[in-house]
Design a protein around this ligand. Structure first.
Ligand SMILES: Nc1ncnc2c1ncn2[C@@H]1O[C@H](COP(=O)(O)OP(=O)(O)OP(=O)(O)O)[C@@H](O)[C@H]1O
Ligand SMILES: [Mg+2]
Length: 238
């Protein structure tokens, strides 16, 4: 058993060394940030609900054959994960236009894409996570051409699995953000980080009620109670 040491504190989570070589502990904080941390608050209960939702979603995609870093939930705020070398990209899959694509390209919010649209953003807070393309990614050696091809296959498959799953409970998956990593012990490509309403846009398929971080971004309601409502619909909590 190794001694637990903090290795990284991000905006939403803290990463600690794990109990065995090759593992880490991911701790979900109550902190909420938006617009590259220009907006900040502490929302009681957010960490616990995101830990549960992310566990549920990671297991759901794992069941369908997508490799992930998730091993098990340890307690209400922590989960055991595989230690990965994170590919410095935010992989965004959009089914319906919302958020930055609307302001950047003048696309009307709510436009349904004929097929899922993939974008890559370079994970770098100092630069404001700029959008990049396949050439930047391979020439700047963030990922190889072959690996990126696999990232796209997994990303589209995750979007497919989750879109269908959410729709069964009457929820539309507007878009989602994924991070990928290479497992340090065997170099396997896996879905890492978290998949939660902090990293997806979700709304009720009929009423359009929102269940995601836009509630916090634009102060339109109580974020944690909306996340709890979503967790209930998914059967994650009673
Ligand atoms: N399996 C993993 N192995 C190693 N690092 C991971 C793993 N999963 C996620 N991470 C990283 O742990 C950190 C989680 O913290 P958090 O999400 O709060 O960061 P952040 O503030 O979004 O900042 P950034 O993602 O830009 O570092 C992220 O840097 C994420 O990329
Ligand atoms: Mg993050």
């Amino acid at each position: 058993m190794l001694v637990k040491q903090k290795i990284y504190e991000g905006k939403a989570k803290i990463i600690f060394t794990g109990p065995q070589q090759g593992t880490l502990i991911q701790y979900f904080k109550d902190d909420a940030t938006a617009f590259n941390a220009k907006k900040f608050d502490v929302l009681d209960g957010k960490g616990e609900i995101n830990n549960l939702i992310s566990e549920f979603i990671m297991n759901k995609i794992k069941e369908k054959g997508i490799p992930t870093h998730f091993l098990e939930r340890i307690n209400s705020r922590e989960q055991l994960i595989l230690d990965c070398k994170i590919i410095p990209l935010e992989v965004v899959i959009r089914n319906i236009a919302a958020g930055s694509i609307c302001s950047r390209l003048g696309v009307k919010s709510g436009l349904k894409f004929k097929e899922p649209l993939i974008e890559f953003y370079y994970k770098n807070d100092n630069l404001g996570d700029p959008i990049v393309n396949d050439s930047h990614i391979s020439l700047l050696e963030w990922s190889t051409h072959t690996e990126l091809k696999q990232v796209k296959v997994f990303a589209l498959e995750v979007n497919n699995i989750l879109s269908r799953y959410f729709l069964k409970v009457g929820i539309t998956l507007i878009d989602l953000k994924l991070e990928f990593g290479r497992v340090k012990v065997d170099n396997r490509l896996v879905v890492a980080d978290e998949i939660s309403p902090d990293s997806c846009r979700l709304c009720d398929a009929i009423s359009q009620e929102k269940f995601d971080k836009d509630i916090f971004r634009f102060d339109t309601g109580d974020l944690v109670s909306s996340y709890r409502k979503l967790a209930k619909r998914l059967g994650v909590i009673l």
